[in-house]
Design a protein around this ligand. Structure first.
Ligand code: B12
Ligand code: SF4
Length: 488
C-alpha cells in the first residue's frame, strides 16, 4: 500500500469549488491501481498546515494565482521531511519553470502521468527520465529544468472515470449555496470537455489543453444523473471553456436531458460565445433549463475586441447575444477586460459606454476584470517585451480594487496613467453593481426587494438622492419592459 496526498491550495469563490483536476486524478488512480490510498487536503474547508500528515508522495495543484500558496506549503513540507512533492496544473504546464521546492512538475493532462509517478520505486533521475510529460530540476544546476518527452493526450476522454467527488468533504460541498448568480441551492461543478477550439490572445486554454476534446453526451448525462441522485444536486455549473463548442454533441445532450426530464430536476449554467449563439442554440439551452450563461464580451471597442479575440467576434455579435439573452430570458454574465496592451483611453471609455448603454437591459450583468498576462499567452510575450514584472504572481489583481494602492505593484499591462486608469475602472465597478441589482428592479419579488434595491442604489452612488433617482429609473424601465412583453 502506498499513500498519496493531493493538495488543493486554491480557496475563495463561493466558499470554494471542488478541485476537479485533483479529483479526476484520484478517480483514475483508484481505477488503475487500487493499492494506492489517496487523501485530499483541501484549503476550501481545512487548514492545510494543521491537517498535514506525511504520505509517500504529495501532489499539489496550482493555477498561476495560487503558485505562491503552493510554494509556501511545499516549503512547510520540506521543513519536515523529504517526501517527493509533485506540482501539477495550468501554472507549471504553461510557465514551464519548476520552483526549487518541488521535485517534479507535471505538464498538461495529469491522470496517466501521476499514476506512473506514484508507481515508481523512488524519484531518482534514472527513474524520472522515463516518465513522459514531466520536468524536474537538475540537482547540480538549479537553474536548469529537465523536460522529458511530451505525453500524448488521452484520445478518448470517456476512458477517464467520473471525478472522485467522494474524496472531498461532501457534507461541506453539499450545503446549499450560490455558485451561479441569482440561484441558491445545492450546487456542484462539472467539466464536460477539455480545451477550446479558439485561441484568444489572453487565454491559457490552448497552451494548456492543446486541442478541444469532449466527453460523449452519454457520459455527460451519466455524470449529471450521478450529481442528482447521489449528491442531490439542484444546480450544476458546467465549467467547460466553451460548452457549446460541438453543436452535435450539444443537441444530443439536450435530447437526453429533455427525454429523461433532467431539466425538471436541475438548473444549469454554462459558458458560450456571442458569435456562436443563435435562436437554435438558445432554444436548446432554454429547454435544458440553463438559467444563466456566461459570455466573454471583452470590449466595447471594435479594434480592441478584434485584437483580443483574433477577429473571431464583433460588437455586432455581442449586441445580438444580449438581444438573444433578453428574448429567451436567460441572464448573461458578460465579462469585459480593462487595461489591455496598447488600449487607449478612448477604447477603454468605449467599453464603459457600451456597458452603460445596457444598464436598462434586463438580462445583461456586466463583470469587469483587469487584464493580466498569464504564462505562454500573447499577453505574456507583450509584457516581457515591455519589461512588465509579470512574474510577480502574488501581485496579480484582476478584480477592481477599492483602493488605488492595491494596484501600485500589480503587473498591469495598461499604458494609461494609473490615477486615470483607476478613476475609469471604478466606473466599471459601478456598472457591475447595477447589473447585480437588476434582479430586484426588473423583477422585484416583493416590496422588500424594492427597498433592498433602493438601499443598494444609495450604496453604489454613495449618495441617497442620486441612488434613489437611478433605481427609480430602473424600476420604470422594468415596468416598461413588462408592458412591452404583454403587448407582444
Ligand atoms: C473552474 C475554473 C475556475 C473556478 C474554480 C477553480 C477550481 N477550484 O477548480 C473559479 C471560478 C474559482 C476560477 C477562478 C479563477 N480562474 Co479559473 N478556471 C476554471 C476552469 C474553467 C476549469 C478548471 C478545471 O476544473 N479544469 C478541469 C480539470 C480536469 O483540469 P485541471 O484542473 O487543469 O487539471 C488537470 C491538469 O492541469 C493536471 N493537474 C492539475 N492539478 C494537478 C496536480 C497534480 C499533482 C498533477 C500531477 C496534475 C495536475 O491534471 C488534471 C487532469 O488532467 C479553467 C479552464 C480550464 N478549462 O481548465 C479556468 C482557469 C484555470 N482559470 C483561470 C483563471 C485566470 C482564473 C482566475 C485567476 C480568474 C479571476 N478573474 O480571478 C481565478 C483564480 C482563482 C484561484 N485562486 O484559483 C485560468 C488560469 C490561467 C493561469 N495560467 O493560471 C484558466 C486556465 C482559464 C483560462 N482559459 O485562461 N476558475
Ligand atoms: S473562447 Fe474563451 S476559452 Fe476559448 S480561447 Fe477564447 S477566451 Fe479562451
Amino acid at each position: 500500500m502506498k499513500y498519496l496526498t493531493l493538495v488543493n491550495v486554491s480557496k475563495g469563490f463561493a466558499d470554494g469549488l471542488m478541485p476537479l483536476g485533483l479529483l479526476s486524478i484520484s478517480a483514475y488512480i483508484k481505477k488503475n491501481d487500487p493499492e494506492i490510498e489517496i487523501k485530499l487536503l483541501d484549503s476550501n474547508c481545512q487548514d492545510l498546515y494543521e491537517n498535514f500528515e506525511t504520505p509517500d508522495v504529495i501532489g499539489i495543484s496550482a493555477v498561476t494565482q495560487d503558485i505562491g500558496r503552493a510554494i509556501h506549503f511545499a516549503e512547510f513540507i520540506r521543513s519536515k521531511n523529504t517526501t517527493p512533492i509533485i506540482l501539477g496544473g495550468v501554472h507549471i504546464s504553461t510557465y514551464l519553470k519548476l520552483p526549487k521546492q518541488f521535485d517534479v512538475g507535471v505538464i498538461g493532462e495529469g491522470e496517466q502521468t501521476m499514476l506512473e509517478l506514484i508507481q515508481l520505486e523512488d524519484f531518482s533521475h534514472k527513474n524520472l527520465k522515463n516518465i513522459k510529460g514531466i520536468c524536474y530540476n537538475n540537482n547540480n544546476n538549479s537553474d536548469r529544468t529537465i523536460f522529458t518527452d511530451p505525453r500524448d493526450l488521452i484520445t478518448n476522454l470517456d476512458d477517464i472515470p467520473i471525478v472522485d467527488r467522494d474524496l472531498t468533504n461532501i457534507s461541506y460541498y453539499s450545503q446549499p449555496r450560490q455558485i451561479i448568480p441569482y440561484h441558491f441551492g445545492r450546487s456542484f461543478t462539472m467539466i464536460s470537455s477539455r480545451g477550446c477550439p479558439f485561441n484568444c490572445v489572453f487565454c491559457s486554454t490552448k497552451i494548456h489543453w492543446k486541442k478541444f476534446r469532449a466527453f460523449s453526451a452519454k457520459r455527460v448525462i451519466e455524470e449529471i444523473e450521478l450529481l442528482i441522485n447521489r449528491y442531490n444536486a439542484e444546480i450544476i455549473h458546467i465549467f467547460d471553456d466553451l460548452f457549446i463548442a460541438d453543436k452535435r454533441r450539444l443537441k444530443e445532450i439536450h435530447r437526453y436531458i429533455v427525454e429523461k426530464k433532467i431539466n425538471e430536476k436541475v438548473k444549469f449554467m454554462c459558458l458560450v460565445r456571442s458569435d456562436m449563439i443563435d435562436d437554435e442554440i438558445m432554444k436548446l439551452l432554454k429547454e435544458m433549463n440553463v438559467v444563466v450563461i456566461g459570455i466573454g464580451m471583452e470590449s466595447g471597442s471594435e479594434s480592441m475586441l478584434a485584437y483580443l479575440k483574433r477577429k473571431t467576434t464583433t460588437i455586432e455579435n455581442n449586441i445580438h447575444a444580449i438581444e438573444l439573452s433578453n428574448k429567451y430570458k436567460i441572464p448573461t454574465m458578460g465579462s469585459f477586460m480593462v487595461g489591455n496592451p496598447n488600449e487607449t483611453e478612448e477604447e477603454l471609455l468605449e467599453t464603459l459606454n457600451f456597458i452603460k448603454s445596457y444598464r436598462n437591459s434586463p438580462f445583461l450583468c456586466p463583470l469587469t476584470y483587469i487584464s493580466t498576462a498569464f504564462p505562454g499567452t500573447e499577453f505574456w510575450n507583450f509584457a516581457l517585451e515591455k519589461g512588465i514584472p509579470v512574474e510577480n504572481f502574488d501581485k496579480i489583481v484582476m478584480d477592481i480594487p477599492h483602493n488605488i494602492n492595491d494596484l501600485k505593484d500589480a503587473p498591469l499591462l495598461t499604458r494609461i496613467p494609473l490615477d486615470r486608469f483607476f478613476e475609469i475602472i471604478c466606473k466599471f465597478d459601478k456598472e457591475t453593481q447595477y447589473g447585480m441589482l437588476k434582479r430586484n428592479t426588473f423583477f422585484p419579488k416583493n416590496a422588500y426587494s424594492i427597498v433592498k434595491a433602493y438601499r443598494e442604489g444609495a450604496i453604489i452612488e454613495k449618495n441617497l438622492f442620486v441612488g434613489f433617482i437611478e433605481v427609480t429609473k430602473l424600476l420604470f424601465m422594468g415596468m416598461n419592459y413588462k408592458i412591452n412583453l404583454f403587448s407582444k
